[in-house]
Design a protein around this ligand. Structure first.
Ligand SMILES: *Cc1c(COP(=O)(O)O)cnc(C)c1O
Length: 393
């Protein structure tokens, strides 16, 4: 039976009814050493592991608890298999480490997550991997096609883009790349939990910072890499070679987050739409960057390719407002915290300087709307605008 997402999140990767003493949830299995009944058993485990089969043979190779989460993410993202990493950024890094070698060319969207850009600039480039950026947005597929070389091994993008939330035509990018040696990898953190399915749209690899909405409570970092037949086994093997795994306690809690993620996202998105409707009426606001808005340049593609939206967006202030105004705005907020990350139950705000990648307009504030009452959040943002008005400059 094919399940719809809400059902899937509740039922995926649960113990069989007769297993684990009838408990609803999988057990937390903590292990480094796993004891084998005999050397023959051990030889068999190693043989199966070398053939690409998953087995509980040593803690660093995964535990039944981490396997349950891998299975759950594979079912949500599609594809062949999933690997877990201690942070979202380590998951991003694994794609580069496993896929690229010196002399390869990689095309990266301008609007990728900043720390991913740092991997390219400060780690890959010095090691002889040629990194080239292309503009995101509606023309991205043409930009990729134009830059493709025989040695292009990877096209890497966030969709929507980081901070500016530009939407790229992923099926068109995959068509442009088809027949070449290049793989397409998407950071799907914004669209995780079934909102966006890059593998179904033709990508080879989907990376998710589970840290965000799936873990959902601002207390865990974790990342996942899910891939199709073309590259999944290599990514799996390399994660073992490099000793990548996560704690079973963390995996348990991320799986717990997955159970309620659809309810949390739906509620936060409703709150976000209320907050945005109010923001759009404020005279200090130039524009809200959020693909679900009909006025957003990415709206048509978002409508075609996404199954919903979350509660992370950016606000552009009118040109007379500078970064000092944006900082004063955020410093005045009482409910919105000033902090990195997003996807927890609480609201957050950050400012970004002019001149960020993919955006050349005025001061920008990124907001994550949480589960607080939107009327209280709107009152809080009112304090921000009042503080902004008091800034001289
Ligand atoms: C947060 C984030 C990451 C990195 O996740 P961490 O767990 O914080 O390392 C990667 N990509 C995107 C789009 C993110 O928002």
């Amino acid at each position: 039976m094919t399940k719809r997402d809400k059902t899937r999140f509740v039922h995926v990767a649960r113990p069989a009814s007769n297993g684990e003493a009838g408990a609803v949830n999988p057990s937390v299995v903590r292990a480094s050493t796993v004891l084998y009944p005999s050397t023959a058993h051990l030889r068999d485990l190693v043989r199966r592991r070398n053939a690409g089969e998953r087995s509980f043979s040593y803690g660093a190779k995964g535990t039944p608890t981490t396997f349950a989460l891998e299975d759950a993410i594979t079912e949500v993202e599609g594809g062949k298999r999933t690997q877990l990493f201690a942070t979202g950024l380590a998951a991003v890094a694994h794609v580069f480490l496993s896929v690229l070698k010196p002399g390869d060319h990689v095309l990266l969207a301008e609007t990728i997550y900043g720390p991913a850009r740092q991997i390219a600039d400060d780690y890959l480039k010095p090691r002889g991997i040629v990194c080239e950026y292309y503009p995101g947005g509606a023309a991205a597929a043409a930009e990729v096609a134009r830059r493709l070389r025989p040695e292009t091994r990877l096209v890497y993008l966030d969709n929507p883009g980081s901070i500016v939330f530009d939407v790229q035509d992923l099926p068109a990018i995959c068509t442009a790349v088809k027949g070449s040696n290049a793989l397409v990898a998407v950071d799907n953190t914004w669209g995780a939990a079934g909102i966006y399915r890059p593998l179904a749209l033709g990508a080879d690899i989907s990376v998710v910072a589970l840290t965000k909405y799936i873990a959902g409570h601002s207390d865990i970092t974790m990342g996942s890499v899910t891939a199709n037949e073309r590259i999944a086994d290599q990514l799996w093997r390399d994660s073992h070679i490099l000793g990548q795994t996560v704690s079973p306690d963390d995996a348990y809690n991320v799986l717990r987050g997955l159970r309620t993620v659809s309810a949390r996202i739906a509620q936060a998105h409703t709150h976000a739409m209320e907050v945005i409707a109010w923001l759009q009426r404020q005279p200090q606001v130039e524009r809200v960057l959020f693909p679900p808005l009909e006025s957003d340049p990415g709206h048509t593609l978002w409508k075609r390719d996404f199954n919903g939206a979350i509660s992370l967006f950016s606000v552009i202030l009118k040109p007379q407002y500078k970064i000092e105004h944006a900082n004063a705005f955020i410093d005045a907020l009482r409910l919105f915290g000033i902090g990195a990350s997003w996807g927890g139950y609480e609201s957050l705000a950050l400012t970004y300087q002019q001149g960020i990648r993919g955006w050349s307009g005025g001061a920008l504030i990124r907001l994550h709307v949480g589960l607080e009452d939107p009327a209280d959040l709107i009152d809080d943002l009112g304090l921000g605008f009042a503080a902004m008005g008091a800034v001289r400059g």
